[in-house]
Design a protein around this ligand. Sequence first.
Ligand SMILES: Cc1cc2nc3c(=O)[nH]c(=O)nc-3n(C[C@H](O)[C@H](O)[C@H](O)COP(=O)(O)O)c2cc1C
Length: 374
Amino acid sequence: MALLFDELTIRSLTLRNRVVMSPMTRAASPGGVPGPRVAEYYRRRAEGGTGLIITEGVAIDHPSSVDHTDVPRMHGPAALDGWREVVDGVHAAGGRIIPQLWHVGPLWGVMQGGGSTPMRPSGLWGTPGVTAYPPGIVEELIRPTRTMTDDDIHAVIEAYRAAARGAVAAGFDGIAIHGAHGYLLDAFLWADTNRRDDRWGGDAARRAAFPAAVVRAIRAEIGDELPIIFRFSQHKQQDYKAALARTPDELAELLVPLVDAGVDVLDASSRRFHQPAFEHSDRSLAGWAKTLTGAHTMAVGSFGLGASLREAHAGATRSTTDHRLELERRLGKEEFDLIAIGRLHLADPNLARILRDGASLPEFDREAHELAFR
Ligand SMILES: Cc1cc2nc3c(=O)[nH]c(=O)nc-3n(C[C@H](O)[C@H](O)[C@H](O)COP(=O)(O)O)c2cc1C
């Protein structure tokens, strides 16, 4: 796996290899404050050789950003002190770490809910399709809520800016933005949930305007040294079969404004990293993102696993497939630059060392590895 263990420099950040821990919500930070257990969890993955850790989604300081009390926050002195411990531990182990800033938007209510008004570009949840949410929850959430006002939009942009400031103060190595899976920024990109006809909606360029404004605010806040990573996806939790873009041209219209605004790495969230994104080519979503924008890109999805995340949730957990040659082949073609791996990082904190040594891949067991926090 020689290519996987090449260094990569993005702005002032040098990564020791191309192995990235994919962001995974753990809800293990009571009151939103990451404690010593969280610091230990991330430090172990850095000690295991992972080049870059992207943290679980972290709430920005906005009333309806994340509806779970144990999801960590990126605001308040206690949370920022907790993050400083996390970052110091990862750095001491030679790793790098970037927080994923999160606003759930239309998906407010799927965890704990509560009294806040969900932020939705046009008051819509999205047309439900193949979803893991039970029908009762869908029925409740699908009721239209109010459309975001200009004031709402500006308040959220400012909350992203403040979160980026806090993250840099805590010592993080860059900023990652959750713009996928049907959450707030994705709900602006997705034509199904964005029916606006003002400057924040309409054609693809206008649907990208709000996510691009968030990127620009963060770039202005953090300066030119640190990288910005933006996660996007075709699939939505409202409908795994949905598509943001039907053609490469449509995808370019959404992604180019984000790169122009200051994104360095497009994180192309897919259910399978090697799955062709469009007809007539075996190029993956991360491959297309790189071809269309020239930015660095990251692939993700079911590395080392036969079952995608959605299928695994339905029960099939123990299924391992060795994708090492497939990964090396695609890195060799420079189809993408980084591979994010989620569940196998839960299965074994030494995953990167296993890959480097050519040892057997760990088996993922949902009960033991995902539902337990280790
Ligand atoms: C327990 C769990 C929590 C997740 N939470 C997040 C999250 O907070 N943000 C995000 O962008 N993706 C999240 N994901 C998706 C993963 O980052 C990753 O894209 C997905 O699991 C596919 O990669 P894998 O097949 O290697 O696990 C989560 C996945 C799992 C298993």
